[in-house]
Design a protein around this ligand. Structure first.
Ligand code: ARG
Length: 459
């Protein structure tokens, strides 16, 4: 049996394997509500322009409403022979309303139809991503406020560098996620032009009103070039790029959570709700959710790569390769929403162990820079020289197996005779963080204000 929709020039149906490789209904059925909204807007416009009778448009709109209800309620039978969501919906419409259904595809092609559907879907996905990112920011800001004064080691090279506060560390991620949201917003603005009416590739001779369908579907305007409109998938690439970068941010935080949960660090603890045990080692509490967020970020990067590589060699306009655009996007969307929800859950679940953070921060001479700064400010020493002197003091502390502030004054003076006892206050980690008052710095008061400002900027 040849195809109902283009059977005219075909004597027989496709090979079974042809049907299988060709069909996208297995995944593009997710576009059903966008497809129906697009078709309703199109039918109304056709009638308003006198291209089809108003009664037919009414029948089409009402019939599509019925199709929507069937799909929503799980009563719809999707058919692989009908290839994709567009033909599945149209074929069912024909069963329901008969002849007027045949007028729906006037002045339209599946090429502008699928581009429109997919843009509508990605637009919703961008909005969901923005909301999920916002929820994670809210969790991080809450916790940052709570831990604004909790001192922990800040690292470079994963070696203790200078003391920072846990709140400051958490707010670093709020900034990253804020830029992720900025990318989402930018992508949405660029995406929001309507391809409908570009038809197969060249436009159409019918007197259509593209502004009307664009407005009905919430687009800012119609696309300017019909060839571009049916060939463009950079809106999906932008979604995936923003998603991949976000995935990298989530993965870095996940990695830190994994690290912080180790018995070597013990900076934080996750409750039973966000850990798993081992089937053999009874002592274990594994941060699986964090590991999975870290692992799954790779998938989003993979989706971006898949779509980039798929698009890069395609001549204008539509090629069937482009049917492969959807699965990576759907997959990335599921992964991102799962990972963001899990991360939000973990951030709300974790408790810090300030004592463990303190033990760790004291171990690595984290206030060596503060000591050097004291030499500069009090003795007028050039910083390079102060660095040198401090290095010798650190060496002395290392030899005695103590921290900088535990060194007797004589030991300090043995290295630099001009050092006086009022150096000691700057050697505490509290004094160190409190002194970091330059804008964007880690001083607890600043962190409290930064959390408040982040609330106003982002939530
Ligand atoms: N299922 C197709 C896709 O997802 C719809 C467009 C088909 N167009 C075509 N000329 N065969 O891309």
């Amino acid at each position: 049996r040849s195809n109902e929709l283009w059977g005219g020039r075909f004597a027989r149906g496709p090979a079974e394997i042809m049907e299988r490789i060709n069909a996208s209904i297995g995944f593009d059925r997710r576009l059903w509500s966008q497809d129906i909204a697009g078709s309703q807007a199109h039918a109304r416009m056709l009638a308003a322009q006198g291209i089809i009778p108003a009664a037919d448009a009414d029948a089409i709109v009402a019939g599509l409403e019925q199709v929507a209800a069937e799909i929503r309620e799980g009563r719809f039978t999707f058919s692989t022979a009908l290839e994709d969501i567009h033909m599945n919906v149209e074929a069912r419409l024909k069963e329901l309303i008969g002849e007027p259904a045949g007028r729906l595809h006037t002045a339209r092609s599946r090429n502008d139809q699928v581009a429109t559907d997919f843009k509508l879907w990605v637009r919703d996905a961008l909005d969901r991503l923005d909301g999920d990112l916002r929820a994670l920011q809210a969790a991080l800001i809450d916790r940052a406020e709570e831990y604004a004064g909790t001192v922990m080691p800040g690292f470079t090279h994963l070696q203790t560098a200078q003391p920072v506060t846990f709140g400051h560390h958490l707010l670093a991620y709020v900034e990253m996620l804020g830029r992720d949201r900025g990318r989402v917003r930018d992508a949405r603005v660029r995406l929001n032009e309507c391809p409908l009416g570009s038809a197969a590739l060249a436009g159409t001779p019918y007197p259509i009103d593209r502004a009307m369908t664009a407005a009905a579907l919430g687009f800012d305007r119609p696309t300017a070039n019909s060839l571009d409109a049916v060939s463009d998938r950079d809106f999906a690439l932008e979604y995936l790029s923003a998603g991949a970068i976000c995935g990298v941010h989530l993965s870095r935080l996940a990695e830190e959570i994994v690290l912080w949960c180790t018995s070597q660090f013990r900076f934080i603890r996750l409750t039973d709700a966000f850990t798993t045990g081992s089937s053999i080692m009874p002592q274990k509490r594994n941060p699986d959710a964090a590991e999975l967020v870290r692992g799954k970020a790779g998938r989003v990067i993979g989706s971006l790569n898949a779509l980039l590589v798929m698009m890069k060699g395609l001549p204008l306009a539509y090629s069937k390769d482009m049917q492969e655009d959807k699965e990576p996007v759907f997959e990335a969307e599921e992964t991102l929403s799962l990972c963001l929800a899990a991360m939000t859950g973990m951030v709300r679940d974790l408790t810090a162990d300030p004592a463990a953070m303190r033990r760790a921060v004291e171990a690595g001479f984290p206030t060596a820079t503060d000591l050097a700064d004291w030499l500069v400010r009090r003795l007028g020493m050039p910083f390079r020289e102060a660095h040198h002197v401090t290095g010798r003091i650190v060496k002395a502390a290392e030899e005695r197996g103590c921290g900088l502030s535990d060194l007797p004054l004589e030991a300090l003076q043995a290295v630099e005779p001009r050092i006086t006892a009022d150096i000691f206050p700057v050697l505490s980690v509290e004094a160190s963080v409190a002194s970091r008052t330059s804008p964007g710095g880690t001083a607890p008061d600043l962190v409290r204000r930064a959390a408040q400002a982040a609330r106003e900027r982002f939530l």
